[in-house]
Ligand binder design. Structure first.
Ligand code: IVH
Length: 670
């Protein structure tokens, strides 16, 4: 084993450097997961060798020094950080420690009541109010002193400039997190992209960069949000007895709070709630990297007190990280069904958000140039929900000079046709209609689950069939014979029969899925559904003209042109006729069912301002949820409008997730 002293030294240097770049320069070099791993290694080495703990070790302080340009102000009460739990077992350990400690103090071994809320992935900020008026905003900085960002915070709409209270406290410090909502972030990055500016890697970096703008007019143009999560120093403020009640009090004073704050009694309920929350994280309007678990009662919090750098009464229970660093081994190009040539990153396999990632799309030539990616770079890879993994940026500090620039090919890698790049488009295309790669992709698209859904017809088989000349276009799928299949290498009789049965079954298909399966440019699932609703039968669809298409709401000019061109192309028409002569039964439109809220129960109470009760209920049921008229422990969300009744009180008593109208609308938008 390496000498512990030199390993500790190396880790301290590396982590301090990473913090400086992350906090002071807003330019992260280590992914969160890598940082956490090294931090934990350092913690355990220091625990084994207490004499080797350096005063400048990151375990001895909370963050990094503030950037220059803002006044540094001491916090009245330090802003500490939280210990992490990486999984359910570590939450169980945390609960054991809490109970062990409380048993010593109080005797008894009863279940502890915990609060559970999302750990916002933004920037920690402290806001001070004097006699109810917003006075000062500080970043966390190193935990003891932060940067004065008052002017910037003032521009954030969810920071109240005046507390909603007839008798405001003389002094109140509210702590919370500044962040970009996912939707605001996407809009903001799109604007930057179209203005030719560099895009931000993730909402947290964007929030941090925006708060550090020396010109607060720039901050004002970007839509940041503030969510409150605790009270710091206070005078003339009656602190409630529990954390959850404090959040409610803050909400009443005008602060935005997490719409998902829960109470869990005992560790089993706690772990269940944590696991449930991880499953639904992608549906949230903001990014989170875990849950914050706190002992709900302040009396017990006080009894538990603090360790060196973190409270004993709280823990950050992390979710699997969505960002990781890895090496960009190569860049290859793929030919899509429309002939579009897409560069793809070949990555050293890395686990991101619980899934191993070894490929990521790079979209087009311009994107590689904009991100200045080179083969051999260390890169940040990001995965969100079921979105395709993306290469966010390279790690400048890791560049050695040995990296290679990628040269975009001029000919199709599959059929060697010279590539074309139409005016005003970002992508190169293979113009050859017989390009085998295009045919393969069209067949795979047609056979996919959202298309006619031929189970078992995947890329390996399509490639095999193409190689042996059994497939040439979509119609040829329905001409496959058992004798042909069993004669192929690796094709048994049973698997051949199964495949033919799946092909037969795919002949009955809803119109929208059939249209989607044709793979017309710009026609995704949604457009296919609109086209199918509008035309109702395949024959009418085939006869649509460009002017008719333009009349369909939601079909834009470019899409109308692409559809008309497809429908008028002689070769496509012949293929479509052949396809339809194979005995297909095109059924009426299948309305898409979304089941984001399957198994979830909503209760609505009070009057909503912009939605009728019926509209709100329809929205819930269309997403697979249920509505109920009474609140119970089984209720998942309570949506509260104006003048709510006793259901609201009951929901608060039970610690259920309470949503106001705006929060509800955010939750149920597509
Ligand atoms: S409570 C004693 N609640 O997580 C610290 N923190 O390491 C009490 N954070 O930078 C913090 N969401 O800014 C708390 N709902 C939440 C939070 C939260 C995000 C951040 C906090 C701090 C870090 C804790």
């Amino acid at each position: 084993m390496a000498n512990p002293k030199s390993r500790i030294d190396a880790l301290v240097e590396e982590l301090n450097d990473a913090s400086y770049r992350y906090y002071s320069l807003s330019q992260p070099t280590l992914s969160d997961a890598e940082y956490d791993r090294r931090f934990r290694e350092l913690e355990s080495l220091e625990a084994a060798h207490p004499d080797l703990v350096r005063p400048d070790s990151p375990t001895q302080r909370v963050g990094a020094a503030p950037a220059q340009g803002f006044a540094t102000v001491r916090h009245e009460i330090p802003m500490l950080s939280l210990n992490n739990a990486m999984n359910a077992e570590e939450i169980v350990e945390f609960d054991e420690q809490v109970r062990r400690f409380l048993t010593k103090e109080y005797g008894g071994d009863s279940e502890v009541e915990y609060s559970l809320e999302h750990k916002f992935d933004g920037v920690a900020v402290s806001l001070s109010f004097d006699n109810g008026l917003f006075a000062q905003a500080l970043t966390r900085g190193d935990g003891y002193a932060g940067e004065d960002i008052t002017q910037n915070a003032r521009t954030i709409r969810s920071v109240p400039l005046k507390l909603r209270s007839t008798k405001p406290p003389r002094h109140l410090e509210v702590r919370g997190e500044v962040l970009f909502l996912k939707s605001d972030f996407e809009r903001f990055n799109k604007e930057r992209e179209s203005a030719g500016e560099e895009v931000f890697a993730n909402p947290r970096n964007a929030a941090s960069g925006t708060l550090r703008q020396l010109d607060s007019r720039i901050t004002a143009q970007r839509k940041l949000s503030f969510f409150a999560y605790s009270v710091g120093a206070h005078e003339g403020f009656e602190l409630p007895a529990t954390h959850v009640e404090t959040i409610e009090a803050l909400s009443r004073l005008g602060f935005q709070k997490s719409p998902f704050i829960k109470i869990a009694r005992g560790v089993n309920e706690l772990v269940r709630a944590y696991q449930e929350a991880e499953k639904t994280r992608d549906a949230l309007p903001f990014e989170v990297d875990g849950m914050v678990i706190k002992v709900n009662s302040y009396r017990l919090q006080e009894a538990l007190g603090f360790r060196q750098r973190s409270p004993r009464w709280a823990i950050a229970a992390k979710f699997a990280p969505v960002e990781e660093n890895t090496t960009l081994l190569d860049i290859i190009v793929q030919v899509g069904r429309t002939g579009a040539i897409t560069p793809v990153a070949v990555l050293e396999p890395v686990k991101v958000g619980g899934v191993v990632v070894s490929r990521a799309t790079l979209h087009n030539e311009d994107e590689i140039a904009r991100k200045d990616l080179r083969i051999g770079d260390r890169v940040v890879v990001r995965r969100q929900g079921d979105v395709i993994p993306a290469v966010v940026s390279y790690v400048p500090a890791a560049r050695t000079g040995k990296e290679r620039k990628f040269i975009f090919p001029t000919t199709c890698p599959e059929c060697s046709a010279a590539l074309v790049k139409p005016e005003g488009e970002a992508v190169y295309r293979c113009p050859n209609p017989q390009c085998p790669a295009k045919i393969a992709q069209r067949i795979l698209h047609f056979a996919s689950r959202n298309g006619v859904d031929i189970e078992g017809l995947g890329d390996k088989l399509v490639e095999l069939f193409l190689e042996h000349g059994l497939l040439s276009d979509l119609a040829s799928i329905y001409e496959l014979q058992l004798e042909q299949l069993v004669a192929l290498p690796r094709m048994g009789e049973l698997s051949s029969k199964n495949l033919l049965a799946a092909i037969e079954a795919s002949k009955e298909v809803p119109l929208n899925k059939f249209i989607y399966g044709l793979g017309i440019r710009h026609v995704g699932e949604r457009t296919a559904l609109i086209l199918a609703r509008f035309s109702t039968t395949i024959e009418k669809f085939q006869r649509l003209s460009e002017p008719q298409l333009l009349e369909i709401p939601e079909v834009g000019e470019e899409t109308a042109r692409a559809i008309a061109a497809y429908l008028q192309d002689a070769q496509e028409r012949r293929m479509l006729e052949r396809l339809l002569s194979k005995g297909l039964r095109i059924l009426p439109v299948e309305e898409v069912k979304e089941d984001r809220f399957a198994g979830k129960t909503f209760v609505l109470t009070g009057a909503l301002a912009t939605l009728s009760r019926k509209e709100a209920e329809d929205r819930i049921t269309s997403l697979g949820g249920k509505t109920s008229s009474s609140v119970s422990k089984k209720t998942d969300y309570v949506v509260v409008g104006a003048d709510p009744g006793s259901k609201y009180d009951k929901a608060r008593e039970l610690g259920l997730a309470i949503l106001n109208e705006e929060e509800f609308k955010k939750l149920v938008t597509i």
